[in-house]
Design a protein around this ligand. Structure first.
Ligand SMILES: [Zn+2]
Length: 350
């Protein structure tokens, strides 16, 4: 399996985020990708630089004004005050119900609120470059699938599944899984599925494809009544319009056992198979790990091998996109376990 990696990820290195009113070091940090890279190298996986420009696909996924905002955000922040170079911008006002989001304010902080779902997505000087490089990796992974590879992995950050058409959130700026899925459709594939196994619901991905029948979105995740992103991810969200029936959420109680999680995975995989897709994109969050500092599921390291084997049994061309996972040292081990479980099962046959 080809793994895509680029050092550009390290350009996105904000120092801190807020937790219960306190400044705390960012959980989504460059070391995450480094630990995955170390495991990939140690276990003999081949690495490749992204080599496809994702911009045409990004324009299909995100709005023009949001892409423009992301590209200019840091320059706007510095223009407010050169001293901002050593500070991080955070939104402080949002266009909630009854306020207008169709008019983009000139004020930078107001724009930041317009394009953010939370204050948990800190930006840094190189955020656009890093996010764009991760999206390029997703487009590159779709390209090698078109060229006949069975699977590819994007060892990239920042993650993407919380980012919607015109907003960032949950450490995510550009929706890499959506880019991969759309790029696969652009090749002429009629149906694609996205299976999101991150601890958190992939609200951005769901919303992007909610009214479409060509991309099935299936997610198992912590119940949004108690877990981020709180405002989406319930079982009664089944798609709308042409997309009615093409969205499946399997919320699970925080603290549920690995057995319960794998039962939900079986339901998810059955639904993916029913869609009869020509490729599947896996939003590979590894924050389901028992040792994750911000999540509440109970998977152990060998469970990730089992996960990879189950995904391979779908028998589909597969793009894996790294999403969350914050037990940084174990992140690499667990990620590569998924890939090797997949490769083992693909070799012995479904
Ligand atoms: Zn997550």
């Amino acid at each position: 399996m080809i793994s895509f990696f680029t050092v550009a990820h390290a350009l996105h290195a904000p120092e801190y985020e807020f937790y219960r009113g306190q400044r705390v070091p960012c959980f989504e940090k460059p070391e995450r990708a480094t630990y995955v890279l170390e495991q990939l190298r140690a276990r003999g996986h081949s690495l490749r630089e992204p080599d496809v420009d994702s911009m045409p696909v990004l324009r299909q996924i995100h709005t023009a004004r949001y892409l423009n905002f992301l590209q200019t955000a840091w320059a706007q922040w510095i223009a407010l005050d050169p001293a901002n170079a050593s500070q991080q911008p955070f939104p402080s006002v949002w266009p909630v119900r009854s306020l207008r989001s169709d008019v983009q304010p000139d004020n930078f902080i107001a724009q930041l609120g317009l394009y953010s779902m939370d204050n948990g997505t800190p930006m840094a000087a190189g955020t656009w470059q890093a996010a764009k490089a991760a999206a390029d990796a997703a487009a590159s992974a779709a390209r090698v699938i078109e060229q006949g590879e069975r699977a590819a992995f994007c060892a990239t950050r920042p993650p993407g599944h919380h980012a919607g058409q015109d907003f960032m959130g949950g450490y995510c700026f550009l929706n890499n899984a959506a880019v991969a899925a759309q790029a696969l459709l652009n090749q002429g594939k009629k149906r694609v599925a996205i299976l999101d196994v991150d601890f958190h619901h992939g609200n951005g991905t769901q919303s992007i494809f909610y009214e479409r029948a060509d991309v099935l979105f299936v997610s198992l995740h912590g119940d949004p009544r108690t877990e981020f992103p709180f405002y989406l991810g319930h079982a009664d969200e089944m798609g709308a319009g042409a997309g009615q029936g093409f969205n499946l959420n399997l919320p699970l109680p925080a603290g549920c056992s690995a057995d319960q999680w794998f039962e939900a995975l079986e339901i998810a995989c059955t639904r993916v198979a029913q869609h009869d897709p020509q490729a599947v994109v896996i939003s590979l969050g590894l924050d389901t790990y028992a040792g994750d500092p911000i999540s509440k599921f109970a998977l152990q390291t060998p469970d990730f091998t089992r996960l990879g084997r189950r995904i391979a049994k779908l028998g589909l061309p597969t793009v894996f996109i790294l999403e969350g996972g914050y037990a940084a040292r174990e992140l690499g081990l667990n990620a590569v376990n998924v890939l090797e479980g997949f490769e083992f099962q693909a070799k012995v046959g479904a």
